[in-house]
Write a protein that binds this ligand. Structure first.
Ligand code: NDP
Length: 278
């Protein structure tokens, strides 16, 4: 019988997830359906309940996107360690009444960097711009790759400082580097090998106040936003950095979710290529 999956969000019409998972299913021969569900604010638990209760075919899992990742975290009856660290859930698995919450965003970013872009975070000086949900989700996976340093810079300095403090004392976590949290003014005179933009500034076209020198020679600049050229990408390119957008992260977080659900890891290169073709 076909197993049912979905992505919940608002807005959701633009979501590429149904196409990505349909391509994964065709490639791996898995019998699944995957739909996009628009959820009104305040109705997230009810929407998940309704999806699980529909008796057409078994509901096995769901992805969760903006603005429901924190609510999904609270709804989960069990959570993986990476979801606990992120404080947000983007992947739910339904198992005999239990709702298991996971977060595959960080794994998706690391996989895109290492496998698609040839940019291993190990030993690199990393600058993470932003301290919202997207930044939170990638800090632990980046730290576990043993970078030379990880600096979190945010418009609101206190949020970056708080996040650095929190991830600097994670219990039972064998990470060799403690992150530093600063405001943008603290970037003067510093240089990084990998700069990741996890702010939403690109969505409004806002320009981040970055000194050109933050992009070290041979720097990789990663913009989490995808589907548009952002001011960050233009700044990085002008400074000589190699620039990537977040489409690879989107596909890789989906592949990780597919693996969590189905136990099969789809190949992503052909899916990424298909998404880049209009
Ligand atoms: P949040 O709203 O949680 O956080 C927004 C962050 O951006 C904050 O750090 C905020 O700073 C900062 N910010 C917003 N506007 C500006 C500005 N004009 N100048 C400087 N900083 C600014 O958003 P998320 O963390 O959930 O998402 C961030 C981005 O990541 C989104 O664009 C999202 O699309 C993308 N994303 C991409 C994914 C992918 O798979 N490619 C996955 C997840 C997210 P402050 O604290 O000062 O307000």
């Amino acid at each position: 019988m076909t197993d049912r999956y979905a992505v919940f969000g608002n807005p959701i019409g633009h979501s590429k997830s149904p196409r990505i998972h349909a391509l994964f299913a065709a490639q791996t021969g898995q019998d699944i359906s995957y739909e996009a569900i628009l959820v009104e604010r305040g109705s997230f638990p009810a929407a998940v309940d309704a999806f699980m209760a529909a008796d057409t075919a078994p509901a096995r899992g769901a992805n969760v996107t903006v603005p429901f990742k924190e609510e999904a975290f609270r709804l989960a009856t069990r959570r993986t360690p990476r979801a606990e660290a992120a404080g947000a859930v983007n992947t739910l698995s339904f198992d005999a009444g239990a709702i298991i919450g996971d977060n595959t965003d960080g794994a998706g970013l690391v996989r895109d960097l290492k496998h698609n872009l040839g940019c291993d975070p190990a030993g690199r000086r990393i600058l993470l711009l932003g301290a919202g949900g997207a930044a939170r989700g990638v800090i632990l996976p980046l730290l576990l790759e043993n970078p030379a340093e990880l600096v979190i810079a945010n418009r609101t300095e206190e949020t970056a400082a708080r996040l650095a403090l929190e991830f600097g004392r994670l219990p039972g976590c064998a990470v060799s580097v403690k992150p530093d949290g600063i405001g943008f003014a603290g970037l003067a005179g510093r240089a990084f090998d990998l700069v990741i933009n996890a702010t939403s500034a690109g969505l409004s076209g806002a320009v981040l106040p970055l000194p050109t020198a933050v992009f070290a020679p041979r720097c990789v600049a990663y913009e989490m936003v995808y589907g548009r050229a952002t001011p960050f990408m233009n700044q990085a390119r002008a400074a000589g950095a190699r620039v990537a957008d977040g489409l690879g992260m989107l596909v890789e977080q989906a592949a990780e979710a597919f693996f969590v659900w189905r136990g099969v890891r789809p190949r992503t290169a052909s899916v990424l290529a298909a998404l880049k073709t209009p």
